[in-house]
Structure formats: C-alpha cells, structure tokens
Design a protein around this ligand. Structure first.
Ligand code: ADP
Length: 372
C-alpha cells in the first residue's frame, strides 16, 4: 500500500496541540512530501511558540514513523515570517529596514564557525567557490564541513564527485559523506531535484535546519553553507535562523550581478551577520591556449564595490577552463592541483576568511546600505 497525505493527516489526528485541539485539523501542517517511505513535513508556528511546540513536533514525528510503510519521518517547526526580535527602530523613508533581527539561533555543538557563501543571483559560481573555499580551508589544516543548502540546484555532490545516500545513524541523525577530507551533506543526497523545486519557503527552511542539526558533523572548525541564490524571504529567514559567524558574497564583475551582490550584502547586514568579504568570480578570462588574461567583463568592479561599502575584498578568481572542467569532473581544482596557481587563489581567499573569522567577522564597522 502506498502512503498518501490522508494517511499522514489521519495519524496526526491523535497528536494534540497545547490547547487540546488536533494537529491534523489545525491547518498548521505544510508541504507534506512522501518519497519512497520517507516523509518530510513542517508545522507552521509563530516564532514565540517554538518551545511549547517542540513536544508536538516530536509526537507528530513518532506518530508518522509508526505508520506502516514509513521508513523515515522528519518533521520540522517553521515560522513562516521572519520573527522580529528586539526593538526595531523606525526606518527612514527609502532606507533598508532597520529591524536588527540578530541571529539568535542556537549554536551547533562541536562546530566553531558556520559561514554562508551567498550570491544575489544564480550562475555566478557560488557553488564552485564554496567547494574550493571549503577545500582551501581544509588545506590550511582546519576541520571543514560543507552543507549544500542550494535547494534549487544542489551542486556539491557533483563538485565533490559524491553519489549515493548518507547513512542514517540512530532514529534521526545522518552521517555526512566525506571526500578530500571535507564532510559533505547535500539536499541532493536526500531528495530528487524536482521535489525540492516545488517546496515553498517554509519547507526549504525546515529541510535546511534539519540538514544543519540532524547531521553528525562532529568537531569542525568551519562549516561552509552553500546558500540558495538570491535574497528572498527564504534566504533572509535562513540567514536569521542559522547561527552564522559570517558571510562570503560571490559576484561576477558585470554590473547586474553587482547590484544583486549589494542586495546580498544588505540582507546579511540586516540580520547582523558580518560580511567576511566579496569574491569576484570570473573576473578575467585566462586563454587555455596562450595563457593570456583578458578582463572581458570589465574586471575590478567587485573590489570597487567592496571598498565603497567598506566590506573586505577577498580576491579575484579568473574564468578558467581548468576550474570548470575539474568542477564538472568532481575533482575540484584545490583538490586535484593543490600546489597550482588556481588553488593558490582559493587558499589566499581562505586565509582571509579564516583571519576574518578569528577576528569575529569584519573588523570594520558595517555601514547601513540603502536600497533604491
Ligand atoms: P552557482 O552556484 O552560482 O549557480 P556554479 O558554481 O554552479 O554557479 O557555476 C556555474 C557554472 O560556471 C558551472 O559550470 C561552473 O563550472 C562554472 N564556473 C564557476 N566558476 C568558474 C570559473 N572561475 N571559471 C570557469 N568556470 C566557472
């Protein structure tokens, strides 16, 4: 017998809310996904209810798990709207919102620093940069993990050359995969790409929170999070609900991408996550035949942008055939040619990121950015 949504809701009939009502009838259940005996869903809550709703979440998970045919059940709590925390100063007209909704997400035991790698839009090389940055941090002698939260296009399995499903250890915890000395978890290991594509914001956040907290990361110096591209509500809530020590923004030199990058910077500043810096990817073209380097997109834009907004500039990565080919082959350049010039670029970026983290984020005061 195959499982249907109705079976799940039936099972949740018996789960009671703090006011005595049934969870199934409350209309709080969102985005029930059933896939090969695996059930993922979320309970919509107000941010302030997180404490009282945790036993409800656990009971819901147990009730689903007890259904015949269910191999795994993951139930998350999700606050649809970003919770407003602390006093919000009134924003002047035209200014970015001032609510300092500082990330108060609980830290991850054993993980010293979590950093987000983000971009204002897709296709700028965020995943390639995240992967090589993680490997370069590992090359510095650090213990590193990679969480691929790019739910709409998870690339880390391909970049790291990893396939298969992570092992379940205990009722809830997953064991991360490991390659080139980096522990890797990706939504791509868990669900079909098309499944993730149809998830609404709260489901995305719930799935990412679970990948963060229900994976046996062990002791890590840095966990690199490859964020979903863009600066929408889902990304903002994620930035808020993840205990981030800092963010790296990846941009191409084109103007449009820089405007998007600026939004990325503003988004993290809004939730008080320090900007560790901007990386300019595909900054110039390195000819594979003659080695000549041409700034085909008018390079240097990201450096100027970083200066303008007083955030650190981390480095320039050229548009380079070897970087692309090795990425597509699952042999990222920092792992396959660790002593080469391209790996050195990523190692320099990693050293700056680590130094930023050691200083507690950006040393410079972050100014407020106004989005027109
Ligand atoms: P995003 O995560 O921003 O969507 P990806 O990292 O998946 O972008 O990169 C998009 C494409 O660009 C991939 O095919 C990747 O191999 C290629 N790419 C990324 N950075 C570089 C680079 N510096 N040189 C050459 N190709 C690159």
């Amino acid at each position: 017998m195959s499982l249907a949504q109705a079976d799940i809701l039936n099972a949740l009939e018996k789960v009671k809310l703090p006011d005595g009502g049934s969870l199934a009838a409350s209309g709080r259940m969102t985005g029930i996904v059933i896939n090969d005996g695996k059930v993922i869903c979320a309970i919509g809550i107000e941010a302030a209810e997180a404490g009282v709703m945790e036993p409800v979440r656990a009971a819901a998970e147990a009730a689903i798990r007890a259904l015949p045919g269910v191999k795994q059940a993951l139930v998350g709590l999700t606050a649809d709207k970003a919770p407003s925390r602390g006093a919000a100063a009134p924003a002047p007209a035209g200014a970015a919102p001032q609510a300092r909704a500082t990330s108060k997400a609980a830290s991850l035991p054993g993980v010293k620093h979590i950093i987000a790698v983000a971009s204002g839009k897709g296709g700028v090389g965020k995943s390639t940069t995240s992967c090589n940055l993680a490997l370069a941090l590992a090359a510095l002698g650090l213990k590193v993990g990679m969480l691929d939260a790019d739910i709409y296009g998870p690339s880390q399995p391909r970049l790291f050359g990893l396939r298969g499903k992570p092992k379940l250890i205990g009722p809830r915890m997953l064991e991360p995969m490991e390659r080139y000395g980096v522990k890797v978890m990706s939504i791509g290991f868990l669900v079909e790409e098309e499944t993730a594509m149809i998830w609404r914001g709260p489901m995305v956040i719930s799935a990412i929170t679970q990948m963060l907290r229900e994976v046996a990361w062990g002791e890590l110096d840095v966990l690199v999070v490859d964020m979903p591209p863009g600066t929408g509500d889902a990304q903002l809530t994620m930035a808020q609900q993840t205990p981030l020590a800092g963010a790296v923004i990846v941009s191409t030199p084109q103007d449009l991408a820089l405007i998007d990058a600026r939004r990325g910077v503003a988004m993290f500043q809004k939730v008080d996550v320090p900007i560790l810096g901007i990386v300019e990817n595909m900054s110039s073209f390195c000819c594979p035949n003659c080695g000549h380097v041409s700034p085909i997109f008018g390079h240097g834009g990201a450096r100027a942008e970083a200066d303008k907004y007083h955030v650190p500039f981390l480095g320039e990565v050229p548009l380079d055939m070897q970087i692309r080919e090795t990425s597509d082959d699952g042999r990222p350049i920092v792992a396959s040619d660790p002593d080469g010039p391209r790996a050195q670029i990523y190692k320099d970026i990693a050293a700056k990121v680590w130094s930023g983290l050691s200083q507690g984020g950006t040393a410079r005061a972050a100014p407020r950015i106004v989005i027109e």
